[in-house]
Design a protein around this ligand. Structure first.
Ligand SMILES: Cc1cc2nc3c(=O)[nH]c(=O)nc-3n(C[C@H](O)[C@H](O)[C@H](O)COP(=O)(O)OP(=O)(O)OC[C@H]3O[C@@H](n4cnc5c(N)ncnc54)[C@H](O)[C@@H]3O)c2cc1C
Length: 342
């Protein structure tokens, strides 16, 4: 036992945000993070408006580029979907996770331990915030999402025509995402079915998109290409009242990143997790978090089905253009916008 009330394992966005929320309420927290921030992480780096709003309420907003929506592209087709209220942020994960961890470390009652792997000594309450491959899935098992997918991400300068919309290209091999990370730099991320994955998949995808070839003639990569797999998981039970263990963030289940909702889901559930710990009503947290996760997973399955091949995605954008922005409505709970054929 330690003198803390709560041990949080993992100082990524979910663990750091929860440490802030608890520390402010006088709960003594020890926060273990095995890495030292800033560190890069494979991610699409988009924070949806409901995540922005939760973050604003918790600690305020970082200095990061804002985006007002998405541009879905398949073949010749293009559909814009706009967040009618609020905006998204593109949060380069090395900077963002470092910024949030610093907030946690400077919150009263939080004992932050960067560069320290959790080895087992614990406070009366234990929180698993250690991501998709959580060590706590031994007791609260996780099922990997289907189809099995791989994600890659990197950053580059010299990509032309990037605007304040996240661009999503549906290709035969997978999806490619472009988003501005500031100072002319761009996030490039790709998601593949295992069967279509190759280590050079991301650059192959960029080269395969005619509209991008012209825009990337002067491209220079600024960070290494990082990979992550498998993507997405379902965790049907995220509390263990006997062992006083509760899971948050990706450890509590994550949708396929096609939904762009992992970070927002973690941040929007932070206050629920903190209230559960303070009040002792853990089941309410579990109910609300599982409901949010199920909605994101359903949306992910639908988006994967609609985008499975470039031909199908192109058909959807051409014939169901009114529906595509509605998918975004479902994701962020807001109204959207407008169709353009290239
Ligand atoms: C390719 C890809 C694209 C994505 N795109 C998006 C997107 O555009 N938008 C979005 O919202 N989400 C996206 N996601 C999902 C997003 O990355 C996750 O939802 C988010 O990282 C979850 O935060 P977390 O704090 O729960 O977990 P993590 O960010 O994984 O943090 C967990 C932390 O725990 C630490 N840790 C692990 N084990 C231990 C231990 N034993 N002791 C101490 N520390 C430990 C790790 O070092 C890590 O820092 C994407 C994911 C991938 C893979």
């Amino acid at each position: 036992m330690t003198s803390a009330d709560v041990t949080i394992v993992g100082g990524g966005p979910a663990g750091a945000a929860l440490a802030v929320a608890l520390g402010r309420q006088g709960v003594r927290v020890e926060l273990y993070e095995k890495a030292r921030h800033p560190r890069l992480k494979a991610c699409g780096e988009g924070l949806l408006p409901h995540g922005v709003s939760a973050l604003r309420d918790l600690v305020g907003l970082p200095d990061a580029p804002t985006v007002r929506g998405l541009r879905f592209r398949a073949g010749e087709e293009s559909v814009d979907a706009t967040f009618p209220t609020g905006h998204g942020l593109v949060v380069r994960r090395d900077r963002f996770d470092n910024w949030l961890f610093d907030h946690a470390a400077s919150t009263p009652n939080v004992d932050a331990r960067p560069g320290t792997r959790y080895m087992g000594t614990r406070a009366p309450i234990l929180v698993g915030a250690d991501g998709r491959q959580s060590m706590f899935h031994r007791g609260l098992p996780a099922t990997p999402a289907r189809p099995r997918r791989v994600g890659l991400s990197t950053h580059a300068i010299g990509v032309e025509g990037v605007t304040d919309r996240v661009e999503v290209f549906f290709q035969p091999d997978g999806e490619l995402y472009l988003a501005p990370t500031g100072d002319g730099e761009v996030l490039i991320s790709a998601l593949f079915d295992y069967r279509h994955f190759t280590p050079d998949g991301l650059t192959r995808l960029v080269a395969a998109i005619p509209a991008l070839r012209a825009r990337t003639r002067r491209i220079e990569f600024t960070t290494p290409v990082l990979a992550s797999a498998p993507l997405g998981s379902h965790v049907p039970r995220i509390i263990d009242e006997t062992d006083r263990l509760l899971l948050v963030g990706d450890a509590a289940g994550s949708p396929d990143p096609i939904v762009g909702d992992g970070l927002a889901l973690a941040l929007a559930s932070t206050q629920d997790a903190a209230s559960a710990i303070v009040s002792g009503n853990w089941r309410e947290y579990q109910r609300r978090r599982l409901a949010r996760g199920a909605k994101a997973r359903r949306l992910g399955r639908l988006m994967l089905r609609l985008s499975q091949t470039e031909r199908r995605a192109s058909w959807v954008l051409r014939h169901l253009s009114a529906v595509v922005p509605r998918l975004l409505d479902l994701a962020v709970g807001q109204e959207t916008s407008h169709h353009a054929r290239l």
